[in-house]
Design a protein around this ligand. Structure first.
Ligand code: C2E
Ligand code: CA
Ligand code: CA
Length: 663
């Protein structure tokens, strides 16, 4: 082997080594980031290794032994195919990273197939021709120089143009290296033409392979720098995206609560003590829409609502943000005259309550607005937003301004609700007993159990003071059970035929209501005949057939049933027949009105008559005057209850009571 060939082999082997290092680096990058171009470059450099290894092998083979045709063919085929595939992959990857557009897999496969076909054709053409040596050389070497020189230069131009999309020195370096390599290959092509024309080797031409090596190394390192820059840019972008997602709502693109608070704080500082109004806008029934039609419908409505706000905001400098799934916040700086704020809010309500056509059923969206005006209603963004949102809670008002009094009231209510829960748990809520008397006005036939809260600070509280908060806290069923247990236990110690206990709709609706009653009777040893349950008409009517079912079970146990507050609900007299009740209690509103109002009197009279015909007991409630007592006694009412006879007593007093002094 002569020294020129040795130099060539050495440069080929150096390029194999270099290519292997590059392929490993790109494979590593590909494993972490999965970009197509990295995969293509990996394989491209593997191809380069194969090509150079084949070239080195062919040279060595040729000098050491007379290789047979078959092995020469295989080597030549492999090197040509590897070369064209390598170039195709290198160009594909570079173009993809430059314009950041994914390449169609089918197109990529076709291009690679074309490269294989082309490489095969070039290596097999004239392979068997006796005198085809110069043609073979032209095809395998000359054509390679020509095609690759042109392709590299064209790619260099494309990459140079695309630099706008991927700035940094990596792309510029690659473009430069591509163009240099392209020029080098063109030069080598010229040299090749010259050598074939003169049919001799020009001295020193093999030195060009050193330049090849340098150019390829430049391409490879340029690519590595490019990848590193690209990765850093992507990381930066991802960080920015995450930061954006933390502060903006993805669905509407509006600032979220966190960002709104920050922006408002800046606005407040810029206002320098001038007023700034914050509006919290609630799309009241959007949650319902989400439940019935699906979240995507609710989201579509929310998006349209926010667009309407932005489009018809009315104020010059509006800031709109999304607070949660159904709430928007808007801030308007001092430029708007204060008197305009309410009008502005009402305008928005009109805009937002206009029909939305993306929901099939055309649900009418309801909207309310709470307004807080800084600095009076809050000097920092968080409290202004919170106060605007708190003002929404007035269900009757479309637009409500924040007020410290109402805020205090809300806080008091919240604290009281907490207290009532504790009071219920610690047994401060106890049964009182109001006598129900027979028509002689003196014999006690029973007691109605009425709850009293023996509050350590406020004294004795009536149900009207605490039932509302218990209801708000969802504690009514628990309260009913507490009263049931207490009343049954204490009633066992009272000398009266029976007690009447009020049951709320919450208690009555519970599935294990009947079981609870049974349990309370069993543990107190109170005979079922001594217990009467009072349910109101409205409770009874929630689900008439279920009511009848439960009442029948209770009756079967021997428990009495009273229909309370008769006349205030919507029940028709027909219900009296349908439900298994034994007593009706005529509400005191009717009792008072009956004496002065002819129509009420007519109704009450017919109810009493009917009840007597049906064999029901009648309790006249809230009797305060003797003439009321007389009137109803004459009508035929069987039982009476009211302050005329006795108020509600604590257990000890009720126990001591044997009869009432007749009025
Ligand atoms: P209700 O069942 O209609 O009870 C009758 C109410 O009329 C009681 O009010 C009683 O104190 C009051 N009252 C009695 N005589 C007179 C009178 O001559 N004049 C006037 N103006 N009022 C009279 P109270 O104790 O304040 O209870 C109010 C309501 O709270 C009750 O109305 C009942 O619906 C509910 N409630 C009371 N205790 C309980 C209970 O333990 N459980 C349940 N679920 N509800 C209860
Ligand atoms: Ca009652
Ligand atoms: Ca009543």
């Amino acid at each position: 082997m002569d020294s020129a060939s040795r130099a060539l082999v050495a440069s080929y082997l150096a390029q194999v080594l270099l290519g292997a290092v590059q392929a490993t680096i790109f494979a590593h990058f590909y494993r972490t980031s999965r970009h197509d171009y990295l995969r293509w470059w990996t394989w491209s450099f593997v191809g380069l290794c194969v090509y150079h290894a084949c070239a080195a092998a062919a040279l060595m083979w040729a000098s050491f032994s007379a290789a047979d045709l078959a092995s020469r063919l295989i080597l030549s085929w492999l090197s040509q195919v590897a070369f064209y595939v390598q170039v195709t992959l290198l160009l594909l990857g570079s173009l993809q990273i430059a314009d950041a557009r994914p390449r169609d897999a089918v197109v990529v496969r076709r291009l690679l197939f074309a490269a294989v076909v082309f490489g095969s054709a070039v290596s097999l053409a004239f392979a068997f021709a006796e005198n085809g040596a110069s043609e073979r050389l032209w095809l395998r070497v000359g054509l390679r120089y020509l095609i690759c020189g042109a392709a590299f230069m064209a790619t260099a131009v494309l990459l140079w143009r695309q630099r706008v999309n991927s700035p940094g020195i990596g792309p510029a370096m690659v473009a430069l290296a591509f163009s240099t390599y392209g020029l080098l290959l063109s030069f080598e092509f010229g040299l090749f033409v010259l050598q074939s024309a003169q049919q001799r080797r020009i001295d020193g031409a093999e030195l060009l392979s050193v330049f090849d090596l340098v150019a390829q190394a430049c391409i490879a390192f340029g690519l590595i720098i490019w990848v590193a820059e690209d990765e850093r840019r992507r990381a930066d972008r991802a960080t920015r995206d995450v930061e954006h997602a933390r502060r903006y709502d993805a669905s509407t693109g509006l600032p979220n609560r966190v960002e709104m608070e920050r922006l408002l704080q800046v606005d407040l500082q810029a206002c320098a003590g001038n007023s700034l109004a914050v509006f919290a806008i609630d799309l009241v029934n959007l949650g319902q829409v989400a439940k019935s039609f699906g979240v995507h419908h609710a989201e579509a409505i929310f998006r349209e609502a926010s667009q309407r706000l932005l489009a018809h905001g009315g104020a010059a400098t509006l800031r709109v943000a999304r607070m949660d799934s159904h709430r928007l916040a808007v801030s308007v700086p001092a430029a708007e005259p204060a008197a305009e704020w309410e009008r502005l809010a009402l305008d928005w309500v009109t805009q937002l309550e206009r029909p939305y056509d993306n929901v099939a059923a055309g649900v009418a969206i309801e909207c309310t607005v709470g307004i807080a005006v800084g600095p009076g209603d809050g000097t920092d963004a968080a409290s202004l937003l919170a106060h605007a949102e708190q003002s929404i809670h007035d269900p009757l008002q479309k637009v409500a301004f924040f007020s410290y009094e109402r805020d205090q009231e809300l806080r008091r209510r919240l604290a009281f609700a907490e207290e009532s829960r504790a009071g219920l748990r610690s047994g401060q809520i106890v049964p009182f007993f109001q006598p129900i008397v027979a028509s002689d006005g003196s014999a006690i036939t029973g007691f109605e159990v009425l709850a009293r809260w023996l509050h350590p600070v406020r004294g004795t509280l009536l149900p009207a003071d605490f039932l509302g908060v218990l209801e708000d806290r969802g504690l009514m069923a628990q309260f009913d059970r507490h009263m049931l247990e207490q009343a049954c236990r204490q009633a066992a110690g009272l000398r009266v035929p029976r007690i009447s206990l009020n049951v709320s709709a919450y208690g009555f609706e519970r599935d294990d209501f009947v079981a609870d009653v049974r349990q309370a009777l069993a543990s107190s040893a109170l005979p079922a005949e001594c217990l009467c349950l009072e349910i109101t008409e409205s409770t009874a009517l929630i689900d008439l057939s279920r009511t009848r079912d439960i009442l029948l079970q209770l009756r079967a146990l021997g428990i009495g049933i009273s229909l309370d507050d008769f006349g205030t609900g919507y029940s028709s007299l027909a219900h009296l027949r349908e439900l298994p009740i034994d007593t009706i209690k005529i509400d005191r509103v009717f009792v008072h009105a009956a004496l002065d109002d002819v129509k009420t009197a007519a109704i009450v009279e017919s109810v009493v008559t009917l009840a007597r015909r049906l064999g029901l007991d009648i309790v006249i409630e809230g009797v305060e005057q003797r003439r009321e007592f007389e009137y109803f006694r004459q009508l035929g009412a069987t039982h009476f209850q009211g302050w005329l006879f006795a108020p509600a007593f604590g257990f000890a007093d009720a126990q001591a009571l044997t009869h009432i002094a007749a009025p």
